[in-house]
Design a protein around this ligand. Structure first.
Ligand code: COI
Length: 366
């Protein structure tokens, strides 16, 4: 155990060999391969968070009455560790993910985990499983921290026992087609989040409730669903689990417009990073309501040039086609646009350590 560490190390007695690992790292998709370890930290009242343990990656045991299985106190995060130009490893804004994790915890009446313990857990996992951080183009180690209510109790109330866990998944592109634009379905019958609901929390239930609409999008020949506001079904909120940006051109000025955070949208870390990069790259930016009506109108009048989605998993993905009951729109001829491409390259250059990290976003682990 390192000095000051709150994590005990109980690694596998024998590690997977280089040849077997190299085989598992071939042709990576998203979230299918997992590294050899995970870090767990239990919580119980009245003591709070306990010491953590690094253990072999393995199934966990839950009591059938564990309250997560019934009442769904489950939150998660996603962030990435990138192999750097010099061979080292750094994570992108893990502290921002830790803070958002605690915002989700608060909404689900779960205990906050100190930011430094969240980061320490991920760093310990990455240090132990560093050989699993892939080095191929577009590849990274996707970290998945989560917390669940483990107390065995059927009364509906906040649990008194929880488990925090972080594991890692060497990953390539999120969408199998890579950075080719996605087609999206404007969903007017289901909603993702309503005012006062859990839309701003990264909780498992939001994703469970999205799946029927995601299936509907697939049935309509689209890859993703675009969520509209719950009250009027008029304003754009998110795409699947990602935030959306609209790229406008007015004369010589390029403007990035994104739906304003309203308590129903997830405050994406990539979304926030793009708003910062807009200043660096000389783009104007605006957070406001965006209606589907203006989406169609501004494509028609030619001021809306590109639309793209952003998130940790897929970074930046252009939207090439929009379908809805009664019609469809093409965007930028169904091809990636220059602004989405430039932002994506700029972000990836920072993440892989190919350019200076002037915003202090990278956290060096090794
Ligand atoms: C992300 O864009 O990182 C997401 O949140 C998608 C994830 C749930 C796979």
């Amino acid at each position: 155990m390192a000095t000051g560490s709150t994590i005990d190390l109980r690694p596998r007695p024998q590690r997977i060999g280089d040849a077997e690992r190299a085989k598992l790292l071939e042709g990576l998709g998203f979230g299918r391969v997992f590294t050899e370890h995970m870090v767990t930290i239990p919580y119980r009242e009245p003591d709070g968070w306990q010491r953590g343990t690094l253990v072999p990656y393995a199934p966990i045991t839950l009591d059938p009455a564990a309250s997560v299985l019934h009442y769904g106190q489950a939150i998660f995060e996603g962030f990435k560790a990138y192999r750097q130009k010099d061979g080292g490893i750094a994570t992108f804004r893990s502290d921002a993910n830790a803070r958002r994790f605690n915002q989700s915890a608060e909404r689900l009446a779960m205990p906050a985990l100190p930011v430094e313990r969240f980061v320490e857990a991920a760093d310990t996992l990455i240090e132990t499983d560093h050989a699993w951080v892939p080095a191929g183009s577009g590849e990274s180690l996707y970290l998945r921290p989560l917390a669940i209510a483990t107390e065995s109790a059927l009364g509906v109330k906040p649990a008194k026992e929880y488990l925090f866990l972080v594991f890692g998944s060497p990953s390539g592109q999120y969408f199998p087609q890579g950075v080719k634009p996605v087609s999206v379905w404007l969903c007017t019958d289901y909603v993702r989040a309503a005012p006062g609901g859990t839309g701003a929390a990264k909780c498992a239930g939001n994703y469970a409730a999205s799946l029927v609409a995601q299936q509907k999008a697939l049935d309509a020949g689209c890859q993703q669903v675009v969520w509209l506001d719950a009250l009027e079904h008029k304003y754009v909120e998110e795409m699947g689990g990602m935030n959306l940006f609209f790229v406008y051109q007015h004369g010589s000025r390029t403007k990035l417009v994104t739906p304003k955070l309203n308590g129903a949208l997830l405050a994406g870390v990539t979304r926030d990073s793009i708003l910062t990069l807009a200043d660096d790259l000389g783009y104007d930016k605006e957070e406001r309501l965006v209606s589907t009506e203006e989406w169609g109108r501004d494509l028609e009048n030619g001021t809306l040039k590109e639309v793209f989605a952003c998130g940790t998993a897929a970074v930046i993905t252009p939207v090439g086609q929009v379908k809805f009951d009664g019609g469809s729109w093409a965007i930028h001829g169904g091809e990636p646009g220059p602004v989405a491409t430039r932002l994506r390259e700029t972000l990836l250059d920072i993440q892989y350590g190919r350019v200076p990290d002037k915003h202090g976003w990278m956290h060096r682990v090794l």
